[in-house]
Design a protein around this ligand. Structure first.
Ligand SMILES: *[C@@H]1O[C@H](CO)[C@@H](O)[C@H](O)[C@H]1NC(C)=O
Ligand SMILES: *[C@@H]1O[C@H](CO)[C@@H](O)[C@H](O)[C@H]1NC(C)=O
Ligand SMILES: *[C@@H]1O[C@H](CO)[C@@H](O)[C@H](O)[C@H]1NC(C)=O
Ligand SMILES: *[C@@H]1O[C@H](CO)[C@@H](O)[C@H](O)[C@H]1NC(C)=O
Ligand SMILES: *[C@@H]1O[C@H](CO)[C@@H](O)[C@H](O)[C@H]1NC(C)=O
Ligand SMILES: *[C@@H]1O[C@H](CO)[C@@H](O)[C@H](O)[C@H]1NC(C)=O
Ligand SMILES: *[C@@H]1O[C@H](CO)[C@@H](O)[C@H](O)[C@H]1NC(C)=O
Ligand SMILES: *[C@@H]1O[C@H](CO)[C@@H](O)[C@H](O)[C@H]1NC(C)=O
Ligand SMILES: *[C@@H]1O[C@H](CO)[C@@H](O)[C@H](O)[C@H]1NC(C)=O
Ligand SMILES: *[C@@H]1O[C@H](CO)[C@@H](O)[C@H](O)[C@H]1NC(C)=O
Length: 308
């Protein structure tokens, strides 16, 4: 295995644990309907942090979120791009989608750098902890690895069985890589889909390089599909402060719609909404056609036309 003669490994751990409970939200008196823009947060709760809209079941402050896993702490409300505390870590949330049941976050890349002797000088192994009700979207993210003579792979588990996927990039020097225009296809950059249904995942980035005069850092990261374009400036632009967008899915509970709907007191889909099963288990709610607003609020979705 000469390729693996020198091997530095760093890990970006994406840990998912399967265990879900639903806590009922705090009851709030219902408010009168109006034709004002639909309310997205619980009445009396802040609906913004910076320019980020925070719709229920997410919320800031006691009584404003469905359960602790949807709690957001807002720092730096005055800056446009807020930092929030979410699931025990500080993270930049850049968008929350009710319709798709998604959160867009920014996360660091894993990186691995060498000096002229080939000694590892700097490794950065960010951890992204993704417990229920969150999962890493396998349809909207890709796994990208940038570097010369670098491999990176995922290890995940389905039950007790281990699954591995990954990719590898080769280049004699940076020149080879930058001849490629805006493609990530094996020379200096490689990209792969994420396997589905894996419950806990580890990203391993390794280098089997001999020392070369080329760029001496490699990177691996998950990124929202279409948000990273490999080109001649990619090596320069990536560093250990680079943050990349990724899409995290969320669900309510761990039961399918028909089972969850049997218990009205815990069922999250309110008036004028319908329930949508998610493949990872659990469900989300959407407003029925002709209605808008927030299907999770006590009043449910509101008609878009005035009632006669
Ligand atoms: C679903 O959540 C319930 C309540 O927390 C838990 O007891 C159950 O084990 C979960 N089921 C699965 C398949 O994870
Ligand atoms: C942030 O500031 C805006 C405007 O002052 C306010 O409407 C919003 O409720 C604030 N958000 C938080 C979380 O304090
Ligand atoms: C919020 O502001 C940041 C910084 O100005 C900007 O990059 C981002 O696109 C804005 N987000 C939204 C949802 O407007
Ligand atoms: C936020 O997400 C919504 C729904 O997916 C999308 O339409 C919108 O463009 C996103 N906004 C930003 C600033 O990314
Ligand atoms: C770096 O590599 C050189 C040459 O291989 C070796 O002599 C030296 O001990 C290494 N330094 C460290 C800090 O590992
Ligand atoms: C991932 O799952 C495997 C098999 O269930 C387990 O042995 C391992 O400890 C898990 N890793 C983490 C980080 O939870
Ligand atoms: C490379 O792509 C980045 C965005 O991914 C862009 O900002 C930059 O201008 C591009 N550089 C070249 C030389 O095309
Ligand atoms: C990282 O790259 C960004 C541009 O992408 C640059 O502004 C920043 O100074 C770089 N940081 C370091 C430590 O090199
Ligand atoms: C949700 O999934 C369950 C079980 O897989 C199925 O019986 C049910 O019809 C689905 N409901 C909806 C609304 O798709
Ligand atoms: C509905 O869920 C609540 C809270 O978990 C529980 O106390 C109640 O017994 C459930 N009702 C039914 C009919 O299962």
């Amino acid at each position: 295995m000469p390729l693996l003669g020198r091997m530095h490994i760093l890990q970006l751990s994406l840990v998912m644990v399967v265990e879900v409970t639903i806590l009922p939200g705090t009851p709030t008196p219902t408010t009168a309907k109006s034709l004002l823009p639909p309310q997205l947060a619980r009445p009396g709760c802040p609906d913004h942090c910076g320019n980020l809209t925070i719709p229920y079941p997410f919320g800031i402050g006691s009584g404003c979120y469905l359960d602790y896993r949807f709690e957001i702490t807002c720092y730096h409300n005055s800056t446009q791009q807020p930092t929030t505390r979410w699931m025990t870590s500080d993270i930049d949330i850049t968008n929350i989608s009710l319709y798709d049941g998604e959160v867009q976050i920014l996360q660091f890349a894993a990186s691995d750098c060498y000096d002229a002797h080939g000694n590892s000088t700097e490794t950065n192994s960010p951890e992204l902890w993704v417990p229920p009700p969150y999962t890493i979207s396998e349809t909207k993210n890709v796994f990208v690895e940038v570097g010369c003579d670098t491999y990176a792979f995922f290890i995940g588990y389905r039950g007790e069985e281990e699954y591995t996927t990954g990719c590898m990039s080769k280049c004699d020097n940076l020149g080879n890589a930058i001849d490629q225009r805006d493609t990530c296809s094996g020379a200096g950059c490689c990209q792969t889909k994420i396997p589905s249904g894996l419950k806990n995942r580890t990203v391993t980035l390794g280098s089997y390089t001999d020392v070369r005069d080329s760029h001496r850092c490699s990177y691996a990261f998950l990124v929202q599909e279409g948000e990273f374009n490999f080109n001649s400036t990619s090596f320069r632009e990536l560093n250990d402060t680079t943050k990349l967008p990724a899409i995290i899915d969320w669900v309510i509970g761990n039961e399918s719609c028909d089972i969850a709907a049997k218990n009205e007191s815990t069922f999250a889909c309110k008036a004028n909404s319908y329930c949508h099963n998610r493949s990872s288990g659990g469900y989300i709610c959407r407003c029925r056609s002709g209605y808008e607003g927030n299907p999770y609020l006590p009043d449910g979705c509101q008609g878009t036309k005035p009632e006669i």
